[in-house]
Design a protein around this ligand. Structure first.
Ligand code: SF4
Length: 250
């Protein structure tokens, strides 16, 4: 059992994370993730989106669809060089063709090529299995588990790490698992919340909390994490707290 002091820290974090969620949702939500018509398409998208913009992934997925190749059987049977050609727009296409092949090989070996059967597996067991597949790391595995299998796991990405560390809620070099636990230990275990929360963080990262020029003066989180803002803004980017107001972003 937690000590009262630890419980207090936990509930404070819970409150902060829920306030962040509410503010981002008011500004950007709902975002209706993940873009994809089937669990298999979502899984393919999760692999193809590694190190590239989503627009490039969309082109690759559309090309696969145009050629009626977006099924486990077709990805398994197609020549790997031709597959690479089909997904060229997503970048690193030779590597990604291998990764797609590895994923469908796993799907057939373990689940008869059926996403429905895969979805029946217990969440942490499935995560362990996916992490054994060549080219599937934690972020990709968790994206598949959350968005294709509808299981309550929190997806962490570079945007998540960036905004949390800027607000001193984590160390800059905090690991994936540490950040994931921060959310999963302090939020309800809820697929809909985890789905929307990650999508909102991605939107935040793309629109406001960029790597080089965070737009804190129009960010909905500006006042939400007040105790951390003064330090961050004064010490790191020199924005005057008193001159800025949060606004909602269309
Ligand atoms: S207030 Fe600034 S640092 Fe914080 S999330 Fe918004 S843009 Fe990023």
């Amino acid at each position: 059992m937690c000590s009262p002091a630890l419980e207090a820290v936990g509930s404070r974090m819970e409150k902060i994370l829920l306030e962040i969620y509410d503010s981002l949702y008011k500004a950007f939500g709902p975002l209706h993730w993940w873009p994809g018509e089937t669990p298999f398409e979502v899984s393919i998208g999760a692999i193809l989106t590694q190190n590239t913009a989503w627009t490039n992934v969309e082109k690759a997925i559309n090309r696969l669809k145009e050629h009626n190749l977006l099924s486990p059987e077709c990805i398994r049977d197609i020549d790997i060089n031709l597959l690479g050609e089909m997904i060229r727009s997503s970048g690193y296409y030779n590597q990604k063709a291998k990764k797609l092949k590895a994923f469908v090989d796993f799907l057939f070996l373990q689940y008869e090529g059926s996403m429905e059967l895969m979805k029946e597996t217990e969440m942490w067991t499935l995560r362990h299995e996916l992490l054994q597949v060549n080219g599937i790391g934690m972020e990709t595995a968790d994206s598949i588990i959350l968005y294709a299998c509808y299981k309550p796991i929190f997806v962490v990405d570079a945007y998540t790490r960036r905004f949390l560390s800027r607000h001193k809620l984590i160390e800059e070099d905090a690991g994936y698992t540490h950040i994931q636990k921060l959310f999963m230990n302090n939020l309800p275990s809820d697929v809909a919340i985890y789905n929307e929360y990650h999508a909102l963080i991605v939107q935040l990262g793309k629109e406001l909390c960029s790597k080089t020029l965070p737009r804190c003066n129009i960010c909905p989180l500006f006042v939400v994490i007040t105790p951390f803002m003064g330090f961050f803004l004064a010490e790191t980017i020199g924005v005057e707290e008193t001159e800025t107001e949060p606004v909602e972003v269309e």
